[in-house]
Ligand binder design. Sequence first.
Ligand SMILES: [Zn+2]
Ligand SMILES: [Zn+2]
Length: 342
Amino acid sequence: MARTADHGGGVRSIRVPIPDNPLGHTLVYVVDTDGGPVLVDTGWDDPDSWDALVEGLTACGTSITEITGVLVTHHHPDHHGLCGRVREASGAWIAMHAADSAIVRRTRDTRPERWFVYMEGKLAAAGAPEEHLAPLRAARARGSLPGFSPALPDREIVPGDLLDLPGRRLRAIWTPGHTPGHVCLHLEEEHPAGLPGHGRLFSGDHLLPGITPHIGLYEDPDDATLTDPLGDYLDSLERIGRLAPAEVLPAHQHTFPDAPVRVRELLAHHEERLGDLLALLGTPLTPWQLAERMEWNRPWEEIPYGSRHIAVSEAEAHLRRLVKTGRAEAVTASDPVTYVAV
Ligand SMILES: [Zn+2]
Ligand SMILES: [Zn+2]
């Protein structure tokens, strides 16, 4: 399959591979402006991904050195990973929503020790069994965590604002849920092929044609606020549905029309999932026990160690939503805390 695609109206995309990942690739968009080309996301920080990006830009009739800016939909490494190298090669600015920039800053500043202690505490409180916690403790004793130093953004994407892109109308829409600072970017220009609707939407991971983005907790060792990421996500979905873009340009898979239809599907999916969980909560369960009983893309026994963290985080996000909407509650004096349907 061709690595690049022309979407018309000065927008092209490059398929940048993600190593060892079933998602396959990140779609990096190249948006022409009167001041030079700007990227939406960059791809995973890996030599092959870098080569694909550089070659893709050449195939698009520009080059890595011509890039003037990078708009990052959210801080995840398949989107933000190559930003540092792009900036080094071109002098481009990097723009991100403040809430995700804060995560980048924290990732750079937090000692691995602190993360281990935080994750251990969280997982123990969620009811994780000893055999799950032991490897974390062992890793903490070894002090091993892969060195991770994502690039600090130099501009802020301010929700609601038109971005400073000469000759283009691109507006930032804050869509928290998948991450606290996720943004979609709305190209408020007529669709180049005349599709009905309102412009085009770079949707990052917020709205994808065939997969549901992971919604977990916003893990922050410095913040004890009880956030409701799933509630944020559902609100953000409705906002995008009302926008009714003519075409969605997501960061994975492929472009698609009919955003409101996809939004309705996802809203229905989450409502159904919340209903299923509520049925499981007929008896009190810890978040861990709930995760074990939830439906995943494979049986719990086959879910790898690291992915179980993600699964428990997702179970907790759904519990938060159920508690917040008065459908479940914590059982008084249970330790680790269990939840039950009301
Ligand atoms: Zn993501
Ligand atoms: Zn992604």
